[in-house]
Design a binder for this molecule. Structure first.
Ligand code: ASP
Length: 171
């Protein structure tokens, strides 16, 4: 049986897992196989201080993630209420269906979020691919990146996300 190396290591992981100020880490994952089949996976929400019973966008197909082999796929992290209201992952794939490029479709989906009325406008991040395997990452904040790997790459690479600013609005 494998032993935990040291109690100090374990204590650090327990602290990270239980400190609500630091519990975050929603992960988007998009994969495409050699036949063009696409799937998305989104970890359940890592949002800290969630309202009891709040679901978030992560498990909602069309909001936090969406895949259609014919056009592409998208997945979100960030403020789920926004992705739910705008059906962001589905919107992006729909824009691909309408013939927009991946960059245009992603930008349009982000712009839809920026244009939402009402309260609680905050950070949003998107990753997406089109049916040809082109990929993109977008964020409303500077300094965000995403990683990708194709079969010919021995290791993954990190790329910056394109920024589409969404001014935060809480009230
Ligand atoms: N999108 C998640 C949610 O709203 C939070 C996150 O991405 O960290 O539940």
């Amino acid at each position: 049986m494998r032993k935990i190396a040291s109690r100090a290591d374990l204590a650090r992981w327990v602290e990270l897992a239980t400190d609500p100020e630091r519990t975050k880490g929603t992960v988007n994952f998009i994969a495409q196989d050699r036949d063009g089949n696409i799937c998305t996976g989104v970890s359940t929400s890592g949002w800290a201080w969630k309202y009891p019973g709040r679901l978030g966008d992560s498990p909602i197909i069309g909001a936090g993630n969406y895949a259609d082999n014919r056009y592409g796929a998208a997945a979100c992290t960030g403020m789920g209420e926004m992705a739910i209201r705008a059906s962001t992952a589905h919107s992006l794939v729909f824009y691909l269906k309408m013939g927009l490029s991946l960059a245009e479709a992603s930008e349009r989906a982000m712009t839809d979020l920026r244009d939402l009325g009402g309260r609680f406008i905050s950070v949003m991040n998107l990753v997406a691919i089109d049916k040809d395997g082109n990929h993109a990452g977008f964020s409303s904040e500077d300094g965000r990146s995403y990683i990708y790997q194709t079969p010919d790459m021995p290791d993954c690479e990190e790329l910056p996300r394109t920024v589409v600013p969404i001014p935060p609005r809480w009230g």
